[in-house]
Design a protein around this ligand. Structure first.
Ligand code: HEM
Length: 402
């Protein structure tokens, strides 16, 4: 006989975010999010030891009013984050990077054009953001695949709630190696004053004080983790979403001028960061629940981005969606500092892939998803395209500076 306690445990498990680790949920977490939102938008998840929030309005409250659930950030680090942000992602620097980004995307497509097939992740989505970030930071582009490897491990440390004990040693080694590498590069840049974000950070001063080396390196690591992983996931998931809906793909191919709107929609539809944590700053009421000071609260931004109270037909991919203030880059104080770069990278990727690869179609029909709950990405995505036409388009590069 099933006891009351067993039934309630079964219910708790059914609505737990931990369900995400099941392969079928990993492949499509949105039915789970819908179920959670309809059951209890603010839900205590005993398996996560966290409140889990799945509605747009409540996620906005959590992201704007609750404390970031990271190591407490000293005040000057916050200030530093902002000044770094201004220096690193200023419109002037972004404008300078625009053509370099477009050229890097074209270079990667050149390498595969004649073959008529590619693994979109291995051959494009994975290396592309590394080249872009290395250029931005003033690091040698030849180091970018090593940087990517470290950043993947660091993201696994940050982005997973169930760590594989066999991997911990490797992850910590990667963290130490990227720290040592960036410390060396900062020292090199200090003596050479090379152009790039590391130099801009070195020159930044916060309240008349320079940024301590340790803080500078810690933030550079954060930038690498965010900047190398997430844009690749946006490109991989975005291409997969469009390839499954050829009419949307054709729309963007025929109207490259909608690349900015389309990129926002692809971010809303398949958000690379699925959720992020906060701590309740005091005893608070949220969505009819009483949350105690210091309790962990997980804002599932990917669920909020499919909330029907905020978005019309949220489960439909509409590359021309006009009202699209999604939460994929977060909200308020911790809003993604790399958003301007991520947008440029995504727009260039979609524009170049679609204009340069005619007749692109999926070979992989059921992709393997990366086993990380908080970060959504595809491991491999094989596609085919018309090799002859792709080769003929080789010289057909867009000069975005014009
Ligand atoms: C599609 C690409 C990207 C997505 C979806 C994304 C997503 C996010 C989200 C959701 C947050 C807020 C996390 C929170 O509130 O807890 C965030 C913060 C952050 N992102 Fe990104 N990001 C992307 C690209 C980048 C890039 C290109 C960089 C750097 C080059 C970057 C660096 C950072 C940093 C340093 C933070 C921490 C900001 C803070 O805590 O104040 N991200 N990102």
């Amino acid at each position: 006989m099933t006891t009351l306690r067993q039934t309630s445990r079964k219910n708790e498990a059914e609505y737990s975010l931990f369900q995400q680790l099941k392969p079928e949920v990993m492949a499509d977490p949105y039915p789970l999010y819908r179920k959670m939102r309809e059951h209890e938008p603010v839900h205590w998840d005993p398996y996560m030891a966290s409140w889990v929030v799945t509605t747009y309005a409540e996620c906005v409250t959590v992201l704007s009013k609750y404390q970031a659930a990271r190591t407490p950030t000293p005040e000057h680090l916050d200030a530093m984050g902002r000044s770094m942000c201004a220096a690193a992602f200023s419109p002037k620097r972004m404008e300078l990077l625009r053509q370099a980004i477009e050229d890097s995307a074209n270079d990667l497509v050149d390498k595969v054009a004649a073959s008529g097939k590619m693994d979109l992740i291995r051959d494009f989505a994975s290396p592309f953001p590394s080249v872009v970030l290395a250029t931005l930071m003033g690091l040698p582009v030849t180091d970018c695949m090593q940087l990517k490897k470290w950043a993947t491990d660091v993201s696994e440390l940050i982005g997973n709630f169930e760590h594989n004990p066999d991997r911990i040693k490797q992850l910590v080694t990667s963290l130490e190696e990227i720290r040592d590498y960036l410390t060396t590069m900062v020292t090199v840049q200090r003596s050479e004053l090379r152009e790039g974000v590391l130099t801009a950070m070195l020159e930044a001063d916060v309240n008349g004080v320079g940024i301590p080396l340790e803080d500078l390196v810690a933030n550079a690591i954060l930038m690498c983790a965010g900047g190398l992983e997430e844009p690749g996931n946006l490109i991989g998931c975005g291409m997969y979403s469009m390839l499954q809906r050829p009419e949307q793909l054709t729309l963007l191919r025929e109207h490259p001028e909608i690349a900015a709107t389309a990129t926002e929609e692809l971010m809303r539809f398949e958000s690379p960061t699925q959720h992020t944590g906060r701590l309740a700053p005091e005893d608070v009421a949220l969505g009819g629940k009483q949350i105690r000071k210091g309790q962990l609260v997980t804002a599932v931004v990917a669920a909020a981005n499919r909330d029907p109270l905020r978005f019309i037909e949220p489960d439909r991919l509409d590359l021309q969606r006009a009202d699209n203030r999604h939460l994929a880059f977060g909200w308020a104080a911790h809003y993604c500092i790399g958003a301007p770069l991520a947008r440029l990278t995504g727009q260039a990727a979609f524009r170049v892939l679609l204009s340069r690869l005619p007749e692109i179609t999926l070979v992989t029909t059921k992709p393997e998803w990366r086993g990380m709950a908080a970060l959504r990405g595809i491991v491999s995505l094989q596609v085919e395209f018309d090799a002859q036409a792709a080769t003929a388009l080789q010289g057909n590069r867009l000069n975005v500076q014009q």
